[in-house]
Design a protein around this ligand. Structure first.
Ligand code: ATP
Ligand code: PAU
Length: 318
């Protein structure tokens, strides 16, 4: 791997799947039947063994990190003789289109919501900060959706800035994959958040001008307490993208409000061609030009294999 080039030196600790999976045994971690049922409801292709062996230890590690972060905040307040409001803990989840970010984020939310302190966990996608199609069309960016210039970065930064300033109630736009656009008038409400999982292609990017207030060039990563990069080989992700398109073609794309309704009548072979073209023209180049290179900024890198099973986990040593 790129980072392990300096002989045996690497700032990352690498755990194989087997080493990682053992953590749930060593630490007596259990997933309840209710959690499994809820997770299955999220996505029926999710393997329960994977939840226990991979995502449960991941959620537990995050819990440990959040506790230490909150402790540090409290200790600092004691030192300063202040009683400031606690602000939410923000996790960034980065990776390619179709690598599994939203599935992973929703799974983590389910596991975290059952913790004994019952944190209020929100999943926010950076898609909420895509410019509406009307703006993208005007700027000639309809074929650049997902590229840095397709996001309203100042609005995203302002949202994070407000969260980390202690705002307890926020409303943000919603993006519909079905309508392929921001939904006018529809908002996602973030009320009294304890944890926010921010998932998106761009959470570790440092491009663009994230100006807010009088501060220029703020990055999303300035507001993250922990960052995770979900990694897999492009050939596998491309296949998952095409498979998801095939499933959508048989289901959601048929709905009258679907932007891609014209694709619902395609044969499986034609759909394969269309999805491949979209991947090769947009999502693949975006992965290579803008997303992949942010990997080594993450605290944790979770590497998936062809079957979606996690193969290894890399963790920054400090
Ligand atoms: N752990 C997993 N096990 C099995 N299937 C999975 C897993 N994670 C994701 N998938 C499948 O892979 C596809 C892509 O997943 P998902 O929609 O979560 O990706 P994403 O990274 O959020 O994509 P986008 O950037 O387009 O929103 C979906 O069809 C999903 O069902
Ligand atoms: C909205 C994004 C950018 C990210 O979720 C992606 O799903 C997307 O729409 N990409 C553009 C090309 C495509 O239609 O897949």
């Amino acid at each position: 791997m790129q980072m392990a080039l300096l002989g045996s030196l690497s700032p990352y600790l690498e755990l194989t799947r087997e080493e990682w999976a053992k953590l749930s045994d060593y630490n007596n971690l259990e997933v309840t039947e209710e959690e499994l049922a809820e997770i299955r409801g999220l996505n029926e292709t999710l393997d329960p063994e994977e939840v226990r062996d991979v995502y449960l230890p991941l959620a537990s590690l995050i819990r440990l990190h959040r506790r230490a972060t909150v402790e540090l905040f409290r200790a600092r307040n004691t030192f300063l003789r202040r009683r400031d409001l606690e602000v939410p803990y923000i996790i960034g989840l980065a990776g390619s289109v179709a690598v599994g970010k939203s599935t992973t984020a929703r799974m983590l939310r389910t596991l975290m919501s059952s913790w004994s302190d019952y944190p209020r966990v929100y999943v926010v996608s950076t898609d909420a900060f895509l410019y509406p199609n009307s703006v993208l069309e005007e700027r000639g960016l309809m074929d650049r959706k997902g590229f840095p210039e397709s996001y309203d970065l100042p609005a995203l930064i302002k949202f994070l800035y407000s969260l980390k300033s202690g705002a307890r109630h926020l409303e943000i736009p919603t993006y519909s994959h079905l309508k392929y656009d921001i939904v006018p008038g529809e908002r996602q409400v973030i009320d009294e958040p304890d944890i926010v999982i921010l998932e998106g292609l761009n959470v570790l990017q440092t491009k663009g001008d994230g100006q807010v207030a009088n501060m220029k060039n703020l990055y999303v990563s300035d507001f993250l307490d922990l960052s995770i990069y979900l990694d897999a080989r492009e050939e596998h992700i491309r296949r998952w993208y095409i498979e998801r398109f095939q499933i959508l073609r048989e289901t959601a794309l048929r709905r009258p409000e679907s932007y891609f309704r014209k694709y619902a009548s395609l044969s499986p072979e034609e759909a394969e061609v269309v999805a491949s073209q979209v991947w090769d023209a947009i999502n693949g180049p975006n992965l290579r030009e803008n997303i992949e290179k942010t990997k080594w900024h993450a605290d944790l890198i979770v590497v998936k294999g062809q079957d979606h099973r996690v193969r290894s986990v890399l963790m920054r040593k400090i």
